[in-house]
Write a protein of this length. Structure first.
Length: 252
């Protein structure tokens, strides 16, 4: 025995209170002359990582929340669980989670999208199993060797959900040309909006381009709208609206 020191490890809350484990850990001499490590510490691999300040349960809680939210929101939400973790710590745990990517998986339904390690600067790729909704790989780039290698080692994939990014489209067409590519709902709506806005701008006369059809005047449009309103409902209601409309015309 050489000496003792105390390790402080944060664990999950107990009855709404934060819990910190203070563990007395021993240091020992090494009697092996050929060993370069003269003094070694008692390991706590059953509870936490080496030099870790959180238990395995706390790390799993941080990882699960960080996968669903941004790092700042995850850090704020973890405070409700009496867990202290900065936004950088949340990202660091996710980065450790991506260091052991399984190069092979059995899923044939996957989704691929951008993953921002540092927003506005460093972008990676995340692959998600569409059946379990769980990430299965974090790749170091969006259009590079890491993405190509992962697609090459997973030829069983049949359906890939992606965004409108050209980098993903080109990589998929080059590596797995026979896969079915599905554009996600957000970008389908974006495509529809981008197509409709110019037509609507023409209709409200914000452009000088010639319309393909005659634009109705105010009186004609008002009459058509009223006609559609009066035709709503059953026969009894339509008869009442017809009498009301005739009375208004007589009054005018």
């Amino acid at each position: 025995m050489h000496s003792y020191y105390s390790r402080h490890i944060q664990d999950l809350e107990v009855y709404g209170h934060s819990l910190e484990l203070v563990i007395k850990v021993g240091k020992y001499y090494c009697d092996n002359i050929s060993c370069p490590q003269k003094i070694f510490c008692e390991p706590l691999s059953f509870l936490a990582r080496r030099y870790g300040r959180w238990s395995y349960l706390v790390e799993e809680r941080i990882r699960s929340i960080s996968l669903e939210l941004t790092s700042r929101k995850a850090s704020s939400l973890l405070q409700l669980f009496h867990i202290t973790a900065s936004s950088s710590s949340c990202l660091r745990i996710l980065q450790q989670y991506g260091q052991h990517n399984p190069m092979h998986n059995k899923s044939i339904y996957v989704g691929i999208d951008d993953f921002a390690y540092k927003k506005g600067k460093d972008y990676m790729s995340v692959v998600v199993d569409q059946m379990t909704h769980m990430p299965i790989a974090l790749l170091e780039d969006r259009s590079g060797e890491a993405l190509d290698n992962w697609l090459t080692r997973n030829p069983q994939i049949q359906y890939i959900t992606r965004d409108r990014g050209r980098c993903f489209t080109e990589a998929i067409n080059r590596i797995i040309p026979g896969v079915t590519q599905i554009c996600d709902r957000f970008h389908l709506t974006k495509n529809m909006t981008d197509t409709m806005i110019p037509e609507i701008e023409k209709m409200i006369r914000q452009t000088k381009q010639k319309l393909k059809y005659e634009y109705p005047d105010r009186d004609t449009a008002s009459s058509l709208i009223l006609q559609d309103i009066f035709n709503m409902g059953d026969v009894r209601h339509r008869e009442k609206l017809k009498i009301y409309r005739e009375s208004l015309n007589l009054k005018m």
